[in-house]
Design a protein around this ligand. Structure first.
Ligand code: MF3
Ligand code: CO
Length: 305
């Protein structure tokens, strides 16, 4: 199914190539390996030896890469700001698509979704019971009380940014408003739980515990992803796992924190006709916020939000 097209590929079991201690480090810093990533590699190897899932080198971003992603993210966030200015009752979803296309291209970027695996628009707009990948179609109009997730992804100079926000249209029912707010808190709390040499599951546990404590559920079948060099990279990121589980987090990793939180049950269904749009199975509302984060030696930097 389309919605799960970036499900995890099995992790390579091959050992990374060994380099001489006086050779230039594999990270591209220009420093000698022994003065750069040698101790880092030893530390990662120890976790791998203990049976933990560890990242491969090709996932890691250096300072130049991160700077490129920050530039890409400026466009990404400008799109979401512009949507926030324009959104109103009676607005066609296709207007949101236009805004994203115009802002992105004027600033020199490319909308990443456009033609991605056949996706026909520049952005995803998911309204009410739509969970993700909603189409910003010409014949759809926002009405009073709607909630909509606008999920924007940008390519600049080959580097990807990806973030999404919720917008509330007119008078939103209190329980639905609470869903939107709690989902935002889930992402903030999740990001705060990300630490170098911790695990992705530490973040996931904080997120689903907060959602569940508020009577909501977290979608299991669709996750987040590594991002930066590609739109969707490894690792696949779960928000329903628990502390100490899933991949080891190391400095240099960049990925999304983007839980989908449902008011009712966690089950989702994919539109049979277009194989893109995802809905809650029980028809109840769903909310999502997405931050793109980078992990450094000290902690975490939000790249796009
Ligand atoms: N932006 C979505 C995400 O957060 C992915 C959308 S895929 C698309 O991963 F093709 F629909 F754009
Ligand atoms: Co994403």
């Amino acid at each position: 199914m389309r919605a799960f097209q970036w499900a995890p590929k099995p992790l390579p079991i091959i050992k990374e190539t060994k380099i001489g201690r006086n050779m230039p480090c594999w990270c591209g810093s220009g420093r000698k390996y022994k003065q750069c990533h040698e101790s880092f590699d030893k530390k990662v190897d120890r976790f791998a030896f203990m049976g933990k899932e560890v990242p491969s080198r090709d996932m890691l971003k250096n300072e130049n890469d991160v700077q490129k992603c920050r530039e890409s993210a400026k466009i990404n966030m400008a799109c979401l700001d512009a949507v926030g200015e324009a959104i109103r009752i009676g607005m066609k979803l296709s207007e949101i698509d236009d805004i994203v296309y115009q802002v992105t291209t004027k600033m020199g970027g490319i909308p990443a979704p456009l033609d991605y695996e056949g996706y026909p628009y520049s952005v995803c707009t998911s309204v009410n019971s739509q969970v993700c990948h909603g189409f910003p179609a010409e014949d759809r109009t926002l009405k009073n009380g709607d909630i909509v997730n606008v999920d924007c992804s940008t390519i600049l100079d080959g580097y990807f940014s990806d973030s999404s926000r919720m917008y509330m249209v007119g008078n939103v029912a209190p329980e639905t408003r609470r869903l939107v707010e709690v989902t935002h808190e889930c992402v903030e709390l999740g990001v705060a739980a990300i630490k170098p040499w911790g695990f992705l599951g530490d973040m996931a546990e904080v997120i689903h515990k907060h959602a569940e404590a508020n009577g909501f559920s977290v979608v299991r079948d669709i996750g987040g992803h590594g991002v930066g060099f590609e739109f969707h990279e490894e690792p696949w990121v779960s928000y329903v796992s628990n502390a100490g589980e899933d991949m080891l987090i190391v400095p240099g990793m960049m990925f999304t924190v983007e839980p989908m939180v449902n008011m009712g049950k966690a089950d989702v269904i994919v539109d049979d006709d277009n194989e893109w749009e995802v809905y809650t199975k029980d028809g109840k509302p769903s909310a999502q916020w997405e931050y793109q984060v980078y992990v450094n030696e000290e902690g975490v930097e939000v790249i796009s939000h």
